[in-house]
Design a protein around this ligand. Sequence first.
Ligand SMILES: [Fe+2]
Length: 421
Amino acid sequence: MNPIATPLDSAVIAGVVTHTVDALTPQNLFGFNAPRQTLVGQGAVLKIGSLLQAQAARRVLIVADRAVYERGLLAPALRSLARAAIEVTVFSGVEHEPGAGVVDRGVAMLAQCGADFVLGFGGGSALDAAKAIAVLASCHCDLPALAAADFAGVRSIGLAAVPTTAGTGSEVTDISVIISADGRHKVVAKQAALMPDLAVIDPSLMRELPASITAATGIDALTHAIEAYVASSANPLSRALAISAIQTIARALPVAVGNGGKTEARLCMALAAYKAGLAFSNSGLGLVHAISHQVGARYDIAHGVANGILLPHVMAFNALVCRSEYAAIAAALGVSREGMSERQQCDAGIAAVARLLADIGLPDNLARFGGRAADFTELAAAALEDICIKANPRCVTEADVIQLLQQAMGPPAAPRAAAGC
Ligand SMILES: [Fe+2]
């Protein structure tokens, strides 16, 4: 063997070294994904026809909550689409959090009507179903394939989303949550193809929401913002959006729950849910959502309600590693005072979240929904498999999740007595 490198060998070695250095040099990069176009404001839904026309839509399948359809909330959108001469088929089969069967029926209806565009219209359930229908119909695949890490499908069918609640943020995320065919688990799919092309956010669609739904969806938005702010994969832009959303929700949510007719509070909540949605879609979520997806499916608890039960407990658990972030959250919630230590601010932030939940009348324990200690090992194992666990700032074991579930059987303890602070 010749120990002296030839010129060719040197060039190869230099190429390998350069390639390695170039691969290792970029650090702390972040990207930011959002719909290509978003329209926000009172009456925005009346622009849906011209907006879809500009996207070359000819036939639209509207995927709507049954309640939204029956309450006539689609009427302004239907008028606008008719004026734009766009053909419409309505699928109003979404009654609850969507299951695989609803999505399959939507895909079949889309094939039947030949739609080239899907318009999700309703709460998070309708939007998540619409997003899954558009992608599955484009890619001719099933739900497990959509949720797989190696999914590489490209959506060919247009996709727009119009929320009628201020909470989910689904209109601006690349995530869809669907209940598995056996009804026991929530399948969380996060894929670029699930990001809508267009989001239209109109607070006038939210004026008639009952207080209980305003409360639950608003706490979902708060949970998105808090989890996004402390997420291990947060970036400067997601943090800025998250903290702004927290500040707005603390002020506007009690008013929107107490008097849903207050236009200003509805607009603020719509904006906060929008900002929180952009934040978590780009940063990830955390342990609240990882557990909430399991208990929500098992005990049939509305998503926002389950989040609210878990949020103070998980905040206390995570405080061990994100005390300074919680101090910033306390300031955004308006409970930080001069002279407080960081630890006191952290305590105050967690207490403020628990107080907000009580003020707006949300349940504070799993026991009232039939939570059983016998289920906790299985639920904890499933939570550790949930995609949302990846961005949680504190390492989590199965024993930790079981303990949190046990704690959540009762109301949250005073923050100082809870672990972590
Ligand atoms: Fe959520």
